[in-house]
Design a binder for this molecule. Structure first.
Ligand code: AMP
Ligand code: TRP
Length: 315
């Protein structure tokens, strides 16, 4: 039997090469051997995006991104979290078996607290919705970037707790899949590349944007090899070629940045073209999401039946 893979991204803005190398690329390479559920975490993004037009656009953009990187909708199930109401339903049940002190240890909550941000109940609860996203589909693997490791651990704890309380193996133990070398893709400032830090190279950037972002990569003049330029370049160039290039151009930051720009453009162009083709057929994209939602719903509803049975609400 095929192993099951599940992952998702929040539609909170343009996808960047950190999303691609940290998570999405793994989906591509695994889509042939796994049964894949890849979703758009729109209810998660409601913690950040509270504007109808923006939400609408972000969802479509992310769906286009999924298709443009080469996911095959005939093979993988692509859907919107909001189309499968079992996600929020199960999140409630998990809320009731989880304590506040436990959730207070989650990174996202601690970060928000450290920044003294007003924290919504949804942000606090985020890991429970994520646990539901995952456990409804009994996946074996969850490919994500390093920043999501704790969330997958919380998911496993929650599965175990539920099974223990209700005395039944309703949920399996999914494994996170985090590739060491791309666990944290750095941004142009050397920090983690993130939509919220303004340090990204968008996955579907125009040539001009790529040039501008590469030129803005922070370099430390004390070193002959510009560390931040090299780190991004390493994502798209084989190590031997890369080392030869940086050896031949020691200290020549401009030449190295030009080479990176050229390689990024070559890497992004085919995906950008595929995206354009889908942009011209948005109805088809909506249809793919709808069909995907229907397929996902069947699996999720079946698991929810088991859950209701286990907790004793089905008579
Ligand atoms: P997000 O955009 O935060 O919803 O992230 C979507 C996926 O991309 C998650 O699996 C993240 O772990 C991954 N990701 C985001 N930023 C990075 C990064 N800088 N390096 C590696 N993976 C990342
Ligand atoms: N929390 C993830 C992120 O911020 C997105 C996400 C939501 C997710 N549910 C998930 C990822 C389930 C993997 C599996 O990137």
């Amino acid at each position: 039997m095929q192993k099951i893979l599940l992952s998702g991204v929040k539609p909170t803005g343009r996808s960047h090469i950190g999303n691609y190398f940290g998570a999405m690329k793994q989906w591509l390479t695994l889509q042939d051997e796994h049964q894949c559920f890849l979703f758009i975490a729109d209810y998660h993004s409601l913690n950040f995006i509270q504007n109808r037009e923006e939400m609408n656009q972000n969802i479509l953009d992310l769906a286009l991104d999924y298709l443009a990187i080469g996911l095959d909708p005939e093979k993988v199930t692509i859907f919107k979290q909001s189309d499968v109401s079992e996600h929020t339903e199960l999140a409630w049940i998990f809320d009731t078996i989880t304590t506040m002190p436990y959730l207070k240890r989650a990174h996202a909550f601690k970060d928000a607290e450290a920044k003294e941000k007003e924290i919504s109940v949804g942000t606090f609860n985020y890991p429970m919705l994520m646990a539901s996203d995952i456990l409804l589909y009994s996946p074996h693997v969850v490919p994500v970037g390093q920043d999501q490791k704790q969330h997958v651990e919380i998911t496993r704890d929650t599965a175990e707790k539920f099974n223990h309380i209700f005395g039944k193996e309703v949920f399996n133990m999914p494994e996170p899949m985090i590739l060491g070398e791309v666990a944290v893709v750095p941004g142009i400032d050397g920090q983690k590349m993130s939509k919220s830090y303004g340090n990204t190279i968008p996955l579907f950037a125009t040539d001009e944007e790529i040039k501008k972002q590469v030129m803005a990569i922070v370099t430390d003049s004390s070193s002959e090899i510009p560390k931040n330029v090299y780190a991004i370049h390493a994502l798209i160039k084989p190590k031997e070629e890369l080392d030869a290039l940086y050896e031949a151009n020691k200290g020549k930051y401009k030449a190295l940045k030009d080479a990176l720009t050229e390689d990024l453009i070559a890497f992004i162009t085919p995906m950008r073209e595929r995206r354009k083709a889908f942009e011209n057929d948005i109805e088809k994209v909506k249809e793919i999401l709808k069909k995907g939602g229907e397929k996902a719903k069947i699996v999720a509803a079946k698991k929810m039946e088991e859950v209701r049975e286990a907790i004793g609400v089905s008579l």
